[in-house]
Design a protein around this ligand. Structure first.
Ligand code: PLP
Length: 410
C-alpha cells in the first residue's frame, strides 16, 4: 500500500478563481449580450518587448548550429545573465553581491514555494494577511501550519493583518516567529512600506535569528523614493533575508518563465544543536539536485532586458500599466470609494462600498457594471470587505471600466 502525504488533504480547493469563473459564466449565460470587462487577473497582457524577442530569436539560431548549441547549463544560471542582474538590479543601488549568491530559475512561484524545503518543519511561519496564497499552501503541504479554523486561519501560522486601520503596514509579531514572508509592493493590496518600516523587520529578524522571505516580484512598479527596490538596501539584510525577483511582471515573462532568487552567503540557519549552516549552500544543494536550470534561450531573452533598448522598452510597458492604475485609482476615488495601492504597484485595493462584503460587491459589480474583479477575502481573512482590481488590462477597456463604475448604485 502506498501512503500519501496527508498534508495535501488539508488544503482547501482553489475556491477563489473557480468560484469567480462559476459566477461569471452563470451571469454570461443569462446575459449573453453583456460585454464583460475582466480586471481580475494578475497576468500581463502586453507582448514581450522587441529587444527580448530579438534576444530569443538569436538564441534559437544558436541552438540550430553545432558550434553554438547548448545542452545542460549551470543549474544556478548562466553568468552572462547573473552578472547583468547584479550590475543593474543590485550594484546600481550600492548592493554588493557575488555571482554565487544569485540563482536563476523558471519562476518566483516555484522559488517561493520550494524555498521552505530547506527549513525545518518546526519553524513557525508568519504571513501578512491578505497574502499571495503560495506561501501558505506550500507550508501546508510540508506540514508546518496546523489545522484550518472556521475563521479561515491555520492554527500554527502567525497572521499579520494589513488593513486600512494600520495603513497596510504589518505590526511586528508579539510572539516569536522563524520564517517571515513579506511581499512589497504587495499582491494583493498594491501597497508598500517605507525603508524605516522595513528596517524594523530586519532588526526583528536579527534579534530573533529569523529569516525574511522577501518577494519583490513587483519591484519595477515602484515610483516613490522612500520605497526599497531590494530588501538589501536595508543595512544588515544580507544576514537575514532571501529575496525573490521575477521577469514576469517587469518584462512580460509570465508565459516565458524566468526569475531569480538571491540567497546571500552571510545567511545562516541552525541545526537543533545550535550549529550555524549556510542557507546558500543548502539552496545550492537543493537546486542542483532537483532543478536543471532555466533554458538557455530564455536566459538570453532575460539578459536582453538589460540592454539599453530592453530597459527603455520595459519602462514603456510599465508606464502603460501604471497609467491604467492611475485611471482606475482616480476614477474610483471620485465616486467616494476608499482606494489603496495603485501608486507603486499594478494592483488597486478598494474598500467595498455600501456595507457590502467582498463577494457581495463582486456580484454587484458584475451585475450592474459587467466588470469582474477579485474579492479580497479570497486572499485571507483580513481581505474581507476589500476588492482587488488590476491594471494589466488594455487601456481602452480600463477606461471603459472606470466609466461603468459610474453606473453603480452606491
Ligand atoms: N510572487 C507574487 C507576489 C506574485 O503575485 C506572483 C504572480 O502573480 C509571483 C510571485 C509569481 O511569479 P512568477 O511568474 O515568476 O512565478
Amino acid at each position: 500500500m502506498t501512503f500519501i502525504n496527508e498534508n495535501y488533504l488539508k488544503l482547501p480547493g482553489s475556491y477563489l478563481f473557480a468560484e469567480i469563473t462559476r459566477r461569471v459564466s452563470a451571469f454570461q449565460n443569462e446575459n449573453s449580450n453583456a460585454k464583460i470587462i475582466k480586471l481580475g487577473i494578475g497576468d500581463v497582457t502586453q507582448p514581450l518587448p522587441d529587444a527580448v524577442i530579438k534576444g530569443l530569436q538569436s538564441a534559437v539560431d544558436e541552438m540550430a548550429d553545432a558550434d553554438t548549441f547548448k545542452g545542460y547549463g549551470p543549474e544556478q544560471g548562466y553568468d552572462f545573465l547573473i552578472e547583468k542582474i547584479i550590475a543593474y538590479d543590485y550594484a546600481s543601488r550600492g548592493i554588493d553581491l557575488s555571482t554565487d549568491e544569485v540563482f536563476v530559475s523558471d519562476g518566483s512561484k516555484c522559488d517561493t514555494g520550494n524555498i521552505q524545503e530547506i527549513f525545518g518543519v518546526d519553524n513557525r511561519i508568519a504571513v501578512t494577511d491578505p497574502v499571495y496564497p503560495v506561501y501558505i499552501d506550500t507550508n501546508v503541504m510540508a506540514g508546518r501550519t496546523g489545522v484550518l479554523g472556521e475563521d479561515g486561519k491555520w492554527s500554527e501560522i502567525t497572521y499579520l493583518p494589513c488593513t486600512a486601520e494600520n495603513e497596510f503596514v504589518p505590526a511586528l509579531p508579539t510572539g516569536k516567529v522563524d520564517m517571515i514572508y513579506l511581499c512589497f509592493p504587495n499582491n494583493p493590496t498594491g501597497t508598500t512600506v517605507s525603508k524605516a518600516e522595513l528596517k524594523k523587520w530586519v532588526d526583528y529578524a536579527k534579534t530573533n535569528k529569523a529569516i525574511i522571505l522577501y518577494d519583490a516580484a513587483y519591484e519595477a512598479y515602484i515610483q516613490e523614493e522612500d520605497v526599497a527596490h531590494s530588501i538589501y538596501e536595508i543595512e544588515g539584510a544580507q544576514e537575514v533575508a532571501i529575496e525573490f525577483r521575477s521577469f514576469s511582471k517587469n518584462a512580460g515573462f509570465t508565459g516565458t518563465r524566468c526569475a531569480f532568487t538571491v540567497v546571500p552567503k552571510a545567511l545562516m540557519g541552525y541545526t537543533k544543536s545550535g550549529e550555524a549552516v549556510s542557507l546558500n549552500k543548502l539552496w545550492n544543494r537543493r537546486q542542483t539536485t532537483k532543478f536543471n536550470g532555466s533554458p538557455y534561450i530564455i536566459q538570453k531573452a532575460a539578459a536582453a532586458v538589460y540592454t539599453e533598448e530592453g530597459q527603455k522598452q520595459i519602462k514603456n510597458v510599465i508606464s502603460y500599466y501604471m497609467s491604467n492604475a492611475k485611471v482606475i485609482r482616480e476614477g474610483i476615488m471620485k465616486l467616494g470609494i476608499e482606494v489603496f495601492g495603485g501608486v507603486n504597484a499594478p494592483y488597486i485595493w478598494l474598500k467595498t462600498p455600501s456595507g457590502l462584503d467582498s463577494w457581495g460587491f463582486f456580484d454587484k459589480l458584475l451585475k450592474e457594471a459587467h466588470i469582474v474583479g477579485t474579492p479580497g477575502v479570497g486572499f485571507g481573512p483580513s481581505g474581507q470587505g476589500y476588492f482587488r482590481l488590476t491594471a494589466f488590462g488594455d487601456k481602452d477597456m480600463t477606461e471603459e471600466a472606470v466609466e461603468r463604475f459610474n453606473q453603480l448604485q452606491l
